[in-house]
Design a protein around this ligand. Structure first.
Ligand code: SF4
Length: 224
């Protein structure tokens, strides 16, 4: 039976990419070895069991921190039912959710009437229900030394590329030049940390390439 390490479960509005504005239940997995310098969820990196705790502890966090609990797909479904959330879209994010085989949890949620998406760096095999929406946010040349997999590019429904400099645009073009992604895959540029220069670069490039712009709208309105 698959067990998942979970850092956070909360309901909010998706602020990025193709599902922007959709009320969603976020399930944040624990563990990520990718090592992005600008990562805004560094509390998910460690898998040290010293931080393992109860569901109640994690659900009562007032600020994000390293504590996590372990649960099966069934226990996660019971938990979100108990929270009385109203959203019927579930986002498995991280951390790096593809450290786990997501088949059991995504299948259970889909069988119970939820739509499911995952957000991944593309550096681990994506193993999930075929109806899962896959948001690939490729992490290229990061400290952990992992490569973006061809299979992740092929599976992506949207590729949402973080961008601050021209070099990041070149990285994306190199990924697309591999020819693995489907014709209908949506391509987004997302400025890193809402920097003005990054945003202008993303806007100019989206117009030039006929790509889409993704802004982290949740950060503009001060929600998680
Ligand atoms: Fe952070 Fe995501 Fe990069 Fe992992 S892949 S270090 S969670 S931004």
């Amino acid at each position: 039976m698959s067990r998942y390490k979970i850092n956070e479960v909360f309901e909010s509005i998706q602020g990025e990419g193709a599902h922007t504005g959709v009320p969603s239940i976020f399930i944040r997995t624990q563990g990520c070895p990718v090592g992005c310098a600008w990562c805004d969820t560094k509390q998910t990196w460690t898998e040290d069991t010293i931080f393992r705790t109860s569901v109640a502890d994690v659900m009562n966090k007032s600020e994000p921190d390293e504590r996590w609990f372990e649960a099966s797909a069934e226990q996660l479904l019971t938990l979100i039912r108990k929270q009385n959330y109203v959203a019927n879209h579930i986002i498995l994010t991280g951390g790096e959710p593809c450290l786990f085989d997501l088949t059991a949890v995504s299948s259970l949620f889909i069988d119970n009437g939820f739509s499911v998406s995952i957000e991944t760096s593309g550096t681990f095999e994506i193993v999930t229900h075929p109806d899962t929406w896959v948001t690939l946010s490729p992490k290229v040349k990061m400290k952990g030394g992992f490569a973006v997999l061809d299979s992740a590019l092929a599976r992506a429904n949207e590729i949402k590329h973080p961008v601050a400099t021209e070099a990041h645009i070149d990285d994306l073009k190199q990924l697309l030049d591999r020819g693995q992604h489907a014709e209908e895959t949506l391509i987004y540029l997302q400025p890193i940390s809402q920097q003005a220069r990054a945003t202008q670069l993303a806007v100019d490039t989206c117009i030039k390439e006929n790509w889409r712009l993704s802004l982290q709208t949740h950060k503009f309105i001060g929600i998680e």
